[in-house]
Design a protein around this ligand. Structure first.
Ligand SMILES: [Zn+2]
Length: 336
C-alpha cells in the first residue's frame, strides 16, 4: 500500500512516544492518544489496509508499544497528582475513615429476644424499678430478718429502707400489689450486689423475672413454660430437667437445667461434660408471699422463675469473662 510505504514508521513511533510522555494532564494524554492511536490516526488507517504479514507485525508492534506508553503515562500522571496533593498537605492515598455503624449491645439484643418470646407466650413485659424498698426486696419475699444477703456488705443501701434491688423478684411483689390476677408478667432488668468485679462476678448484672398467677395453675404449667422458653431460645431439641432447691419465696423450689445446646447432651467443656447447663431457679409461689400482698392462696396459685441474661450471652457466644460486657471495647462489641 502507498500509505504504508509513504510513512516513516520509526519516526512515527518516536514522535508519538514523545507526545504521550509529554502530556501533563489527562486531557492532553487523551488528545495524544486520539492523534497517534485513534480510529482516524495514520496508524489505524494503515492497519486497516494491511495485506501482508510483515507489515501487520510491524504496525501491530507499534500500536502495542504506544498503548503501553499511554497506560504508563496515565499512571504517572495519577502519581504526580497524589504527589502535588500531598505537597499541599492532603495525602489522598490515605484511605478514608470508615463510618462505624452503631448496633445494639449484645445484652440488649438478647434481652429483646427474651421479651419477644414471652410476649409470644402471652406475657406482659414490665420495666421494673432498680430502686426498691427493703420490704419489697426482702421482707415480702420471705427473706429472714437475719439473712446475710441483707447485710451492707452484700447490698447497696440508699437509706435504712431503700436499696438498689439485689434481684428482679421485687417486681413480683409490685405486680401483685398493683393489679388483680390473673397476672402473666416478665420483668428484665439490672440488679445490684456488692461484689468485686472479676471474670464471673460483677456489682451489676441483668436478670429476668417471670411470674404467673392464676386459678388452677399446676407445676406442669411451670415446666411447660420453662421448656417452651428454652426451646425458643436455644432450639427445638432442648430438654429441661428440674432439681429441688430452696428459695425463700417459692415452695417447692427447683433449679432447672437445659440440655447443652453446644454438644446436644454428648458432653463438652461448656456443660462440664454433663450434657446439662444450669440456667436458673424457679418455684411455686409461697402461700406466705400471697398473704404478704393480700392475695388468698386458697384462690390463687402461681409460679415464678428467674435467670441471668449475661449467662445466656456467655454460653451462647463462648465469652469467658463477664467484664467484657461493661468495658465497651469496640473490638468485642462489634462482633455481635
Ligand atoms: Zn455440652
Amino acid at each position: 500500500m502507498d500509505s504504508l510505504a509513504a510513512v516513516d514508521w520509526t519516526a512515527y513511533e518516536t514522535q508519538a512516544t514523545a507526545a504521550i510522555g509529554a502530556a501533563l494532564a489527562d486531557s492532553e494524554l487523551e488528545d495524544a492518544r486520539v492523534h497517534w492511536l485513534g480510529r482516524k490516526s495514520e496508524l489505524a488507517l494503515a492497519l486497516r489496509g494491511v495485506r501482508d504479514k510483515e507489515s501487520g507485525m510491524l504496525l501491530n508492534g507499534i500500536r502495542g508499544r504506544l498503548e503501553e506508553a499511554v497506560q504508563h503515562r496515565e499512571q504517572e500522571l495519577r502519581r504526580l497528582a497524589y504527589q502535588h496533593a500531598a505537597e499541599r498537605g492532603v495525602d489522598v492515598t490515605i484511605p478514608g475513615t470508615p463510618v462505624k455503624r452503631g448496633r445494639l449491645h449484645l445484652l440488649t439484643q438478647i434481652r429483646r429476644e427474651i421479651e419477644d418470646i414471652f410476649l409470644g407466650l402471652g406475657y406482659e413485659v414490665w420495666d421494673g424499678a432498680e430502686v426498691s424498698t427493703v420490704w419489697e426486696n426482702f421482707d415480702a419475699l420471705n427473706t429472714d430478718a437475719g439473712h446475710p444477703s441483707r447485710s451492707t456488705l452484700d447490698t447497696f443501701y440508699l437509706d435504712d429502707d431503700t436499696i438498689l434491688r439485689t434481684q428482679t423478684s421485687p417486681d413480683q411483689i409490685r405486680a401483685m400489689m398493683t393489679r388483680k390476677p390473673p397476672i402473666y408478667m416478665v420483668s428484665p432488668g439490672r440488679v445490684y450486689r456488692r461484689d468485686t468485679p472479676d471474670a464471673t462476678h460483677s456489682p451489676t448484672f441483668q436478670q429476668v423475672e417471670c411470674l404467673a398467677v392464676d386459678r388452677g395453675i399446676t407445676l406442669a404449667d411451670l415446666r411447660g413454660t420453662v421448656l417452651q422458653y428454652f426451646r425458643l431460645l436455644f432450639g427445638p431439641e432442648r430438654e429441661v430437667r428440674m432439681r429441688t432447691s430452696y428459695f425463700p419465696f417459692t415452695e417447692p423450689s427447683v433449679e432447672f437445667d437445659v440440655t447443652c445446646f453446644l454438644c446436644d447432651g454428648a458432653g463438652c467443656a461448656v456443660c462440664k461434660h454433663s450434657g446439662w447447663i444450669e440456667m436458673g431457679g424457679a418455684g411455686w409461689v409461697d402461700p406466705d408471699v400471697f398473704r404478704n400482698v393480700d392475695l388468698d392462696p386458697e384462690e390463687w396459685q402461681g409460679f415464678a422463675f428467674g435467670f441471668g441474661i449475661e449467662r445466656i450471652a456467655m454460653l451462647r457466644h463462648g465469652l469467658p469473662d463477664l467484664r467484657a460486657f461493661w468495658e465497651n471495647d469496640i473490638r468485642v462489641l462489634e462482633q455481635f
